[in-house]
Ligand binder design. Structure first.
Ligand code: ZN
Length: 74
């Protein structure tokens, strides 16, 4: 996990610093959380599992949609 990731806000995508990390217990076992603050002032405390382990890439779309071409149903 890098110290700088893309902002978890899918409409933002600015570089966000991981300023804290901790683990909470749950019924499924410990869950690791991080606290991120992006340069646009968004603060999130997502779980590590919810983050895509990609470093921030300014200009890149943080959540590219996968276009899947399926044949139309007959
Ligand atoms: Zn942001």
């Amino acid at each position: 996990m890098p110290d700088v990731i893309a902002c978890p806000d899918p409409t933002c995508g600015a570089p966000a610093n991981i300023v804290d990390r901790w683990t909470w217990g749950s019924t499924d076992g410990p869950v690791e959380h991080v606290k991120t603050g992006c340069e646009r002032g968004h603060w999130f405390t997502p779980t590590v599992d919810s983050l895509s382990p990609q470093p921030a890439a300014p200009g890149a779309r943080p959540h590219p949609t996968r276009a899947v071409a399926l044949p139309a149903p007959a």
